[in-house]
Design a protein around this ligand. Structure first.
Ligand code: GLC
Ligand code: CA
Length: 557
C-alpha cells in the first residue's frame, strides 16, 4: 500500500559541485559514479539530479538547451546509462529535474521560434507586440533582475517581445500551445524508457500565465525593482487553469507509467496542496513546498514548526503525502540557518533527526550529512548565484554601499549550498585536482567527510542510524503526528503512533538548556532510547532538562 517513494530517502545531487573526476574543476557523472558506494553506505535509496542536460549554464543547468542530452562538462548519455545501471544494481533509484517552465534561448526550439512570426516553432514561446510607445507589454520584472529588469526582452528580428520570468537567456515556454505540450510528453516518455524512475518538476506552478498579461499593481521594492519593472511572483503562480495542464501531463505520461513526480511547490501550502497531490486529482505524487523552510522567510520557530508540520500531516488521511527537508541547492546550509554553528555537530544531528522522523518522504541535500556550513566570500566576484549577483547590482545601483549589500545578501545566497563538496583535507577539499568552478569553503580542513567519519561524534554515522530508523520503525512511516508541550519556545517534541508502535522524538531546538516536565501520558509509560545526539546521563523518566541542541528518539515498550 505504500508506494516506493513514500518509503524512500531521497538525496539531492548538485552535480557541478559534487565530485570532479577529470580535474577540470567541474563535478561530473564520473565523480558521482565514484561516490555511489558512499551514498549506499549512507543508506539513501533515491537520487535527485538537478539538471544535467546540455546547457549554456546561465543558471547552472536550469537553462536547458537540449532535454535529451547530457551537458558536455558532466559526461555523456553513456555515462548516465552506466550510472543508472550501477545505481539500480545497488537499489538506488534516480529522478531527474525537469525544467518545463522555460528553456535556454540556445534550445533549437527558441532558435527557430525567434526567426520569423510564421516559423513552426513561433508559438513554442510567449511573444507579444510592443505597446504603442514601443515599450514592454506590461510592467513585470524578471526574478534575476537580469537585463534592464523587465520580464520581457525585445527581439529586433521580428519586432516583438518574449517573456522570461528568469534570465534573459531563459525564455518561458508557451504551455497554451498543444504541439509544444505533446513534444514535452514525448521527451518525458523517452526519459522513462531510458530507465529513470521519476521527475522533480521545476517551478511547475508557473506554467500557466494570466490571460492578457495584465500589469501588476504591486508596489515596487525600492531597493531591488529597477526601471519601473516590478517582480510579483503571484502573477504567474498557481494561475487558474494550471490544473488542466498538470492533469493532461499526468494522463499522457505519469499515470500510465506510474512514475514518481515531485513538483517544486512555489505557491503551494497545506490548504491548497490536495488539489495538486490527492491521488484522485491525477496530477503529481507530492510537492516540495516552501511553507516551513524558505529562503525568504525568517527561520522557523518551534511554534511555526508544530503548526506547519501538523497541517501537512493532517493531509495524509485525505490521500496527501508530505515531503521533509530543510535545505537544498537554492538555500543556505541548514546548520547555519536553522542550527547553530557554535553547536555544529549536535545541531546538524538534531535537524537530521527531525527530517528523518517527521511524516513524509525526506529529501536530503548533499553535504548536510557532514554538517557543511555557509561560506563567507569577501567579494561579489566570488559569487555565482543569479539572485545574489542580480540583487547586489540592483541594491548598489539604488545607493546601498557594496559591502553592506554583500552583508545583507550573502546569508540568503544559493552559493552557500553550492560550494564544492568537502571530501577530505587535501587541496580544494578533494573535490578536484584543478581549479574549482566555485571557491571551496575555506573551513574544509576542519569540516570534511573524511574528518567527520574519523570522529567519534560523526554526523555521517548519525545520519546512517537515523536513516535506518526511518526505514525500520513502522511508526515513522505509518504513524500519525501529535505534538506535546505545544507552547514550548525551545522544545519540539512529538509522538508518532501507529498500531504496531509508538515513537517519541524530543529536540531542544535552541542554544540554551530547556526545562520541561513530562506529561502524565508519557511519564506513565516505559521508553527505550533508540537514538541520541548527546551522551545520556539518565533515563527519560528522570529527565527534567535538555541540553542545547539535544535530541533523543525513544520507542514505547
Ligand atoms: C527553481 C530551481 C532554481 C532555478 C529556478 C529556475 O527554483 O530550484 O535553482 O534557478 O527554478 O529554473
Ligand atoms: Ca569534471
Amino acid at each position: 500500500m505504500y508506494e516506493w517513494w513514500k518509503k524512500a530517502v531521497v538525496y539531492e545531487i548538485y552535480c557541478k559541485s559534487f565530485c570532479d573526476s577529470n580535474g577540470d574543476g567541474i563535478g561530473d557523472l564520473g565523480g558521482v559514479i565514484s561516490k555511489l558506494p558512499v551514498l549506499k553506505e549512507l543508506g539513501i535509496d533515491c537520487i535527485w539530479f538537478t539538471p544535467i542536460y546540455t546547457s549554456p549554464q546561465v543558471d547552472n543547468g536550469y537553462d536547458v538547451a537540449d532535454y535529451q542530452n547530457i551537458h558536455k562538462d558532466y559526461g555523456t548519455l553513456e555515462d548516465l546509462r552506466r550510472l543508472v545501471d550501477l545505481a539500480h544494481g545497488m537499489g538506488i533509484r534516480i529522478i531527474m529535474d525537469m525544467v518545463l517552465n522555460h528553456s535556454s534561448d540556445e534550445h533549437f526550439w527558441f532558435r527557430e521560434s525567434r526567426k520569423s512570426k510564421d516559423n513552426p516553432y513561433r508559438n513554442y514561446y510567449i511573444w507579444q507586440p510592443p505597446k504603442a510607445d514601443g515599450s514592454e507589454p506590461n510592467n513585470w520584472g524578471n526574478r534575476f533582475r537580469d537585463g534592464n529588469g523587465s520580464a520581457w526582452e525585445f527581439d529586433p528580428q521580428t519586432g516583438e517581445y518574449y517573456l522570461h520570468q528568469y534570465a534573459v537567456k531563459m525564455p518561458d515556454l508557451n504551455w497554451e500551445y498543444e504541439p509544444l505540450r505533446q513534444e514535452i510528453y514525448r521527451m518525458l516518455r523517452w526519459w522513462l524508457d531510458f530507465g529513470i524512475d521519476g521527475f522533480r518538476l521545476d517551478v511547475f506552478t508557473r506554467f500557466k500565465k494570466p490571460a492578457g498579461f495584465p500589469d501588476t499593481d504591486k508596489a515596487p521594492d525600492l531597493l531591488l525593482d529597477r526601471n519601473g519593472y516590478i517582480l510579483d511572483s503571484s502573477m504567474c503562480t498557481c494561475v487558474e487553469g494550471i490544473h488542466e495542464f498538470l492533469h493532461e501531463m499526468y494522463t499522457e505520461v505519469f499515470g500510465p507509467s506510474g512514475c514518481f513526480t515531485v513538483g517544486e511547490g512555489t505557491g503551494i501550502n497545506a490548504e491548497n496542496a490536495l488539489s495538486y497531490i490527492a491521488p484522485e486529482r491525477g496530477e503529481v505524487s507530492t510537492v516540495y513546498h516552501f511553507t516551513l523552510a524558505s529562503r525568504k522567510q525568517p527561520p522557523f520557530t518551534t511554534e511555526k514548526y508544530r503548526r506547519i508540520q501538523q497541517a501537512w500531516a493532517d493531509l495524509i488521511p485525505q490521500g496527501g503525502w508530505p515531503v521533509q527537508y530543510l535545505s537544498n541547492h537554492d538555500s543556505a546550509r541548514q546548520v547555519s540557518r536553522y542550527g547553530d554553528e557554535r553547536y555544529r555537530v549536535p545541531s546538524a544531528k538534531l535537524l537530521a533527526a527531525l527530517t528523518l522522523t517527521a511524516p513524509g518522504t525526506p529529501f536530503l541535500y548533499q553535504g548536510e550529512e557532514i554538517g557543511m556550513v555557509d561560506v563567507h566570500y569577501d567579494s561579489i566576484e566570488d559569487h555565482n548565484c543569479c539572485y545574489t549577483v542580480g540583487d547586489y547590482h540592483a541594491m548598489v545601483a539604488s545607493g546601498t554601499a557594496p559591502q553592506e549589500a554583500l552583508r545583507i545578501l550573502a546569508p540568503k545566497s544559493r552559493d552557500n549550498a553550492r560550494t564544492p563538496y568537502q571530501w577530505d583535507g587535501s587541496p580544494h577539499a578533494g573535490f578536484t585536482t584543478g581549479k574549482p568552478w566555485l571557491k571551496v569553503n575555506p573551513v574544509y580542513p576542519q569540516i570534511n567527510l573524511e574528518a567527520d567519519r574519523a570522529s567519534e561524534d560523526s554526523i555521517f554515522a548519525f545520519y546512517q542510524k537515523a536513516i535506518r530508523l526511518h526505514r525500520e520503525q513502522p511508526a515513522i512511516l505509518e504513524g500519525d503526528l501529535r505534538f506535546i508541550w505545544e507552547d514550548h519556545p525551545q522544545l519540539i517534541a512529538y509522538l508518532r503512533r501507529c498500531e504496531k508502535q509508538t515513537v517519541l522524538v524530543i529536540a531542544n531546538k535552541s542554544s540554551e538548556p530547556a526545562a520541561a516536565v513530562l506529561p502524565e501520558e508519557i511519564a506513565q509509560k516505559k521508553w527505550t532510547l533508540l537514538l541520541e545526539n548527546l551522551p545520556q546521563a539518565c533515563t527519560l523518566l528522570e529527565k527534567t532538562e535538555w541540553q542545547p541542541w539535544e535530541c533523543c528518539i525513544y520507542e514505547m515498550e
